[in-house]
Design a protein. Sequence first.
Length: 81
Amino acid sequence: MRQNSRRTKSSKKKQCTSIVAIEVTSAEEETMNEEEEEAEMILTRREEQETSAMTEIEEYIGKNNKIKENNNKKREKLRNI
């Protein structure tokens, strides 16, 4: 009887240990998932900022080219006068 009782206690300890290990593992996985999601959000924001910056640069270049064209036309008119 005593031997049975010891086995049961040992078995219960092992079960508790494995339950705690599972809970810790799932908590770690949850934390990792949250960190991955946060990292993805940061990366997405950076990509959006980069895209926005590139768009602004392209718009600036386009405006600059139009100004150059207008200036060249004005120069050409002045030469012809």
